[in-house]
Ligand binder design. Structure first.
Ligand code: SF4
Length: 292
């Protein structure tokens, strides 16, 4: 890396660090202790130094650096994963573990006979963002965790584009058991399984949902009619006062990589919500195959 590139990267990292500290409410930092002098001055007492307020002497922010082709929506720094206290997080984790234990023995629909195991959900127990997919596939059924196959790897990379890791969000599915041959869920199965999703929602209390695919969108929005993802995405819906953003299922994006830029725009809408910005300000990016 050339010195100018390294310099700009350091500035970017410093800016992201400062914005993250401000996001967490840190408004000043103690200046690093000066190097210990040597020689005769050693015994002289150092005058005490007052803490340096971060917000006052900071230089004005450096404008974002444009790299490569212009993008319509340059992502700001990541939002915090939770606003809950450690005690609240612990209580939610215990409640989710208790409910997952109950769900592990569920036989309310016929999928109990064909599954290897119940795939309850994974992630931060008080995440601000909850992702809801359709149902476990082969790899998820084998490993007991949602979105671990190729579609899950794509989802992980897409989350990284808005500065989130899987541990920062909660990931679940409409159905907790794998339908044979990955067929779509039936209405009866969705009705049977809905209480588990509701229990997750009540415990996690997310500030935003990301619906991955039509089944998740219709479940979260309480819709029964057939409606395409194309009609649902691009705007922010609401479920009991909580914003719901709809996007393509990552498995679809594996087959249609040309649509990934649309899903990245949807993730930017989610990020705007988490950061208290107006998601309507996110404009469609230029069509193209994003680096994800
Ligand atoms: S899909 Fe849901 S309702 Fe059906 S057996 Fe599994 S956990 Fe129970």
């Amino acid at each position: 890396m050339s010195p100018p590139d390294l310099h700009e990267r350091l500035i970017d990292e410093l800016r992201a660090r400062v914005e993250m500290e401000l996001w967490f409410g840190v408004e000043w930092m103690r200046r690093a202790a000066p190097a210990r002098p040597t020689g005769p001055a050693l015994d002289r007492p150092e005058p005490a130094k007052a803490p340096t307020p971060l917000s006052q002497p900071m230089p004005p922010p450096v404008p974002p650096r444009e790299t490569g082709p212009r993008q319509a929506n340059a992502p700001p720094p990541p939002a915090a994963a939770t606003r809950a206290s450690p005690d609240e997080v612990r209580a939610a984790a215990e409640e989710l573990a208790r409910v997952a234990g109950e769900a592990a023995a569920c036989t309310k629909c016929g999928l109990a006979r064909t599954r290897k195991q119940v795939v309850f959900g994974v992630g931060h127990p008080r995440a601000r963002l909850m992702l809801v997919g359709e149902a476990p596939g082969y790899h998820e059924d084998q490993q007991g965790e949602p979105f671990v196959g190729r579609a899950g790897q794509l989802l992980t990379r897409m989350l990284a584009k808005i500065g989130l890791e899987r541990k920062d969000v909660y990931i679940g599915n409409v159905l907790k058991c794998r339908p044979p041959d990955n067929r779509p869920p039936t209405i009866e199965e969705k009705i049977c399984c809905r209480p588990w999703l509701e229990k997750q929602r009540e415990t996690i209390r997310p500030e935003a949902f990301l619906a991955l695919g039509a089944h998740a969108a219709k479940m979260l929005l309480g819709m029964t009619e057939d409606v395409s993802i194309a009609r649902l995405r691009g705007k922010v819906h609401e479920r009991s006062g909580v914003p719901v953003v709809v996007t393509y299922h990552p498995a679809y994006l594996l087959r249609q990589p040309a649509d990934r830029w649309k899903s990245l725009d949807d993730l930017l809408r989610v990020q705007a919500i988490l950061q208290g910005r107006d998601p309507a300000a996110i404009r469609p990016s230029s069509p193209g195959q994003p680096d994800v």
